[in-house]
Write a protein that binds this ligand. Structure first.
Ligand SMILES: Cc1ncc(COP(=O)(O)O)c(C=O)c1O
Length: 507
């Protein structure tokens, strides 16, 4: 027998993947899965089902897809639908434009690594219309969900400076993609606490405290701002954004503006301001700062999480860095073309006088209204429960209930020293108490080793699988943790590989 040991064991895999924490594996989610199994086996409980509210996955919760989006996607994927007279002409025109932008006129071909040009152009036009500030299609990168481009740009920052590890400032509470990816890339997470007493806004003194502390053992290079906030539901004011931009400028930080919830604004006195708009309107030197803004088709009124569509607008990034980024993302060939088509529907929706407009606006309005009502219901319910408190949900899809009084009682009991609920701040690591930040989804290994090549040639759809044999459970668990930071492989790609492995039979 070889003395070299196993070629793949938990002791010889990437140590960063071993140490990275991903809330998908958190205690609540694991317990939920166990309870689901018990219910399946007939164990009697005072309830019949488990509702997984640990992630903003609207379709999983029964949200009806937007007709226009599904019509365009259907046409792009199955061109015979162009003959269907019940599908409106504007949906057909959108699909035609997308297909004309695909090599060979098929969504099944690989696109450029940065995405299909006509869709990048539509993204730029959407941003221009939203902000009143021109945007350049060459600054747009399409990606598999916002996660794809967030991860690609975080990867650019993996460079020690002055012998120190690169650090990235992330909000606490935060969305775990950031902590997981920072750990995976062996960078330093610099947590800054959101100000609960100021409706989870950003407090500049707290930003300064956290960066000063971090400078002792890392080199801070970027700041992540999630606006509207996940899991805190805040919508930042323009003044707050200006203050953050000034701080980032002073500290020479790249700005990650995670704006995937820009359509989810509920509070009547809240308004979404993009970081790009605020930064540009502040004039020089701020308007020259490097930043990325991220958008997704998973959130908003669309909720198309599994399709994996998103974009990043990168501004004030020099051509050499852009070239390096393009090179790095090209190793993934291209983001799923179905996801690209989906984000096209988001940035290029029906306009007044087009046949799909009325139905589109009705469906969009109903979804947003329903999300708003549920947000109000959750907030008022939390606040009606003794010991819980919850700020108003101004936007996004989450509320965070704070069990401060219970924490204070626990500390009092443990230490025998009175503790004040007002002194308690819950962090992302507060395990069981903060359900909303114990996020994310199961993810099986449906990966792209055996791709849809062969007779299928569906390159752009991005479907494939890998069978892992004789890999120990610890390595499997580490792998699952690592891939789960990308949420899931595109569901259309999964459906495509299903057709390959489960084709029609002769009878
Ligand atoms: C704040 C935030 N950013 C990014 C994402 C990633 O979304 P996706 O990759 O599906 O676009 C999510 C998903 O929940 C999120 O809440």
């Amino acid at each position: 027998m070889s003395t070299l040991g196993k070629c793949l064991s938990i002791d010889n895999i990437n140590p960063c993947i071993k140490t990275m924490e991903y809330a998908v594996r958190g205690p609540l989610v694991i317990r939920a899965a166990a309870i689901e199994k018990e219910l399946e086996q007939g164990v009697k409980k005072p309830f019949n089902e488990v509702i997984r509210a640990n992630i903003g996955d609207c379709h999983a919760m029964g949200q009806i897809p937007i007709t226009f989006i599904r019509q365009v996607l259907g046409l792009c994927v199955y061109e015979k639908l162009f003959d269907d007279p019940t599908i409106p002409s504007d949906a057909k025109q959108r699909a035609r434009d997308i297909l004309n932008g695909c090599k060979g006129g098929s969504l099944g071909s690989y696109s450029d690594s940065t995405g299909i040009e006509v869709i990048r152009r539509h993204c730029a036009e959407y941003i221009h219309k939203r902000d009143g500030i021109p945007s350049n299609a060459d600054d747009i990168i399409l990606s598999a969900g916002a996660s794809g481009s967030i991860k690609a740009i975080l990867a650019l920052l993996r460079c020690d400076i002055d012998g120190k590890r690169p650090g990235v400032m992330v909000p606490i509470p935060q969305y775990p993609l950031y902590s997981a990816t920072i750990a995976e890339f062996d960078m330093q997470q610099i947590g800054y606490y959101l100000d609960e007493s100021n409706n989870w806004g950003l407090d500049i003194a707290e930003l300064q405290r956290s960066i000063d502390e971090a400078k002792k053992n890392s080199y801070p290079r970027a700041i992540v701002i999630i606006n509207p906030g996940n899991p805190t539901g805040q919508v930042l004011t323009k003044e707050n954004i200006e203050a953050v931009i000034k701080f980032a400028h002073k500290e020479n930080l790249f700005i990650f503006a995670d704006e995937v919830y820009q359509d989810n604004i509920y509070a009547p006195d809240s308004k979404f301001f993009s970081f790009k708009k605020v930064l540009t309107e502040m004039g020089e030197p701020y308007s020259k700062m490097a930043m990325g803004s991220f958008m997704s088709c998973s959130k908003g009124y669309m909720g198309e999480c599994g399709i994996r569509g998103g974009y990043c607008e990168l501004i004030n990034v020099c051509p050499e860095v852009r070239a390096a980024l393009n090179k790095s993302i090209s190793a993934q060939l291209c983001p799923t073309t179905v996801g690209q088509a989906c984000i096209d529907c988001v940035v290029n929706p029906p306009t007044p006088f087009e046949p799909s407009y009325d139905l589109f606006m009705k469906e969009k309005g109903e979804v947003l209204q329903s999300l708003k009502e549920r947000a109000l219901l959750v907030v008022s319910t939390f606040n009606s429960i003794e010991g819980l408190s919850c700020n108003p949900a101004q936007g996004a899809m989450y509320c965070i209930e704070v069990i401060r009084r219970h924490c204070a009682e626990y500390i009092h009991k443990r230490d025998g020293i009175p503790s004040n609920a007002d002194d308690i701040i819950l962090s992302a690591g507060a395990s069981g108490s903060i359900k909303a930040i114990l996020a994310l989804l199961r993810c099986d290994i449906v990966w792209k080793k055996t791709r849809c090549n062969g007779y299928m040639g569906e390159c752009g759809i991005r479907g494939g699988y890998c069978e892992l044999i004789n890999v120990c459970p610890e390595v499997r668990a580490a792998l699952n943790k690592s891939i789960s930071a990308q949420l899931c492989p595109t569901t259309v790609g999964q459906a495509c590989i299903d057709c390959v492995v489960n084709p029609p039979y002769s009878i």
